[in-house]
Design a protein around this ligand. Structure first.
Ligand SMILES: O=P(O)(O)OC[C@H]1O[C@H](OP(=O)(O)OP(=O)(O)O)[C@H](O)[C@@H]1O
Ligand SMILES: O=c1cc[nH]c(=O)[nH]1
Ligand SMILES: [Mg+2]
Length: 209
C-alpha cells in the first residue's frame, strides 16, 4: 500500500491558509502556489541519492557530496498542475517536464484526456506527478495510468490539498505510488469540490472565473 505524507511544515501551512482564502487574488494565489511547490519539492527530494566528489576549497582539498545523476521528470496535470512546475524547477532545474492534459467532466466527474507529451526516455526517469487538487482521485489515477502505460516505473504524486476519497482512490489503483500532500481536508461536496478546499484551482490560477 502506498504511503501518505502530509507536509505540516509551518511555512507550508501558513502559505496554504492564504491560498485557501477567497479574498486572495490571482497574482498572489499564483505566487503562493509556486512557493508552496518549492517548499514541498524540498521535502520530497529528501531521499535523492548522493555521491562523493573531490573539490578544493580556498583552504584545502575536501571530499564533498553532490546529487548522484538521477534523472527526474515533473508531470503537471493540466491546467492547474502548471502552477506548481516553476516552484519545483527552482530546486531541480535539470528535471524534464512532461504534460498530461485532463479535465474533469462536470456532470460525470470522470477525467477526459486531451493531451500527453512526455520526455522520450520515460523508462529511465523517476517522476513526480503534480496537481494542486486530489478530489475524487479520477484525474490523478488516470494521469498515473497514462504515465505507466508509456513505461514509467517510479512515480510519486504531489498535491496541495487532498480529500480522503482521492487518497483512497490513488492507493487502490496505484499501491506503488506514494502521495505527498500539504493538507488532508474533510470531504467532497455534491459537486466533487473539496471542503473546505480552495475552490477551483485552475480558475483561481489563471483568472478564468
Ligand atoms: O480528483 P478529481 O476529482 O479528478 O479532481 C481533481 C482535478 O480537478 C481539477 O482539474 P479540472 O478538471 O478543473 O481542470 P483544469 O485544471 O483545467 O481546471 C484539478 O486541478 C484536478 O486535476
Ligand atoms: O475542490 C476542487 C476539486 C477539483 N478541482 C478543483 O480545482 N478543486
Ligand atoms: Mg479546474
Amino acid at each position: 500500500m502506498s504511503k501518505v505524507y502530509v507536509f505540516d511544515h509551518p511555512l507550508i501551512q501558513h502559505k496554504l491558509t492564504y491560498i485557501r482564502d477567497k479574498h486572495t487574488g490571482t497574482k498572489e494565489f499564483r505566487e503562493l502556489v509556486e512557493e508552496v511547490a518549492t517548499l514541498m519539492a524540498f521535502e520530497i527530494t529528501r531521499d535523492l541519492p548522493l555521491q562523493e566528489v573531490e573539490i578544493e576549497t580556498p583552504v584545502s582539498k575536501a571530499k564533498a557530496k553532490v546529487i548522484a545523476g538521477k534523472k527526474l521528470g515533473i508531470i503537471p496535470i493540466l491546467r492547474a498542475g502548471i502552477g506548481m512546475v516553476d516552484g519545483i524547477l527552482k530546486l531541480i532545474p535539470a528535471a524534464k517536464v512532461g504534460h498530461i492534459g485532463l479535465y474533469r467532466d462536470p456532470e460525470t466527474l470522470k477525467p477526459v484526456e486531451y493531451y500527453v507529451k512526455l520526455p522520450t526516455d520515460v523508462e529511465e526517469r523517476d517522476f513526480i506527478v503534480v496537481d494542486p487538487m486530489l478530489a475524487t482521485g479520477g484525474s490523478a489515477v488516470e494521469a498515473i495510468r497514462a504515465l505507466k502505460k508509456r513505461g514509467a516505473k517510479n512515480i510519486k504524486f504531489m498535491c496541495l490539498i487532498a480529500a480522503p476519497e482521492g487518497v483512497e482512490a490513488v492507493q487502490q489503483a496505484h499501491p506503488d505510488v506514494d502521495i505527498y500532500i500539504a493538507a488532508l481536508d474533510e470531504k467532497l461536496n455534491d459537486h466533487g469540490y473539496i471542503v473546505p478546499g480552495l475552490g477551483d484551482a485552475g480558475d483561481r490560477l489563471f483568472g478564468t472565473k
